[in-house]
Design a binder for this molecule. Sequence first.
Ligand code: FAD
Length: 160
Amino acid sequence: MDDRTFRKAMGHFATGVTVITTALHGNVHGMTANAFMSLSMDPKLVVISVDEQAHMLEKIKESGKYAVNILSAEQQDLSMNFAGQRKTEEEIPFQTVKGVPVIEGALAQVTCEVAREYVEGDHTLFIGKVTDVHLEENEPLVFYKGKYRTLSAVEETVKN
Ligand code: FAD
């Protein structure tokens, strides 16, 4: 199986979109990620997967903390900014929760302390012990087959 086929198959899994944030020496760093899942209820754990090439890798290793910001349908520009696809023109509004920067207006802001890390292939899995959660009501941003979508657009596609 070639890389393209594997990538295409994985793209058939519809996901939400998150921006992972952390701060090191007072500087905030963010990275768009959809390799995120809830792992355990007791204790409350989540997991993210970070590419060995990503600047984020060393930043999380050093800070030992990160936040998962689940983006709303209105935050596609932030996803594109933190994936290095297109810079936003406005200043990005960060707040701080439990010493970790979070993105204002995200559907959920989940702050974590790194509990364990595992290098697997060309990615590192960071298991995060959840320290706090903040929620907002809004539509989620969806990523499917390499494109941004919204739930209402998906519902319309199914109807037609
Ligand atoms: P950089 O390339 O250094 O930064 C990314 C961008 O964010 C740059 O444009 C930078 O200017 C901007 N930025 C960073 N901090 C700030 C700040 N404080 N204020 C304003 N702008 C800032 N990669 C993974 O490893 N795991 C995944 O699960 C994953 N999922 C993805 C899902 C989607 C939908 C997309 C589009 C990409 C995904 N990627 C994933 C790829 C990843 O987002 C990019 O490769 C990213 O550029 C790598 O981040 P980096 O840490 O090297 O950051």
